[in-house]
Design a protein around this ligand. Structure first.
Ligand SMILES: [Ca+2]
Ligand SMILES: [Ca+2]
Length: 55
């Protein structure tokens, strides 16, 4: 999500900031919709954390 090519907790943090309204956009927002529902939400952040854990 931050365009570094690595999925980790930093990306989840970015999504949470977006959802909380602390930031308006992600550097690579098009990569943020992990579950494909058209929105970037906490669900996508959860998926990021799952991916980071290797599940
Ligand atoms: Ca990243
Ligand atoms: Ca989504």
């Amino acid at each position: 999500m931050d365009c570094d090519g690595v999925v980790n907790s930093e990306d989840a943090a970015l999504i949470f900031q977006l959802e909380a309204g602390l930031t308006m956009s992600l550097p690579c927002e098009e990569n943020g919709d992990l579950n494909g529902d058209g929105e970037i939400t906490g669900k996508d952040a959860q998926l990021v954390l799952v991916m980071e854990a290797g599940l």
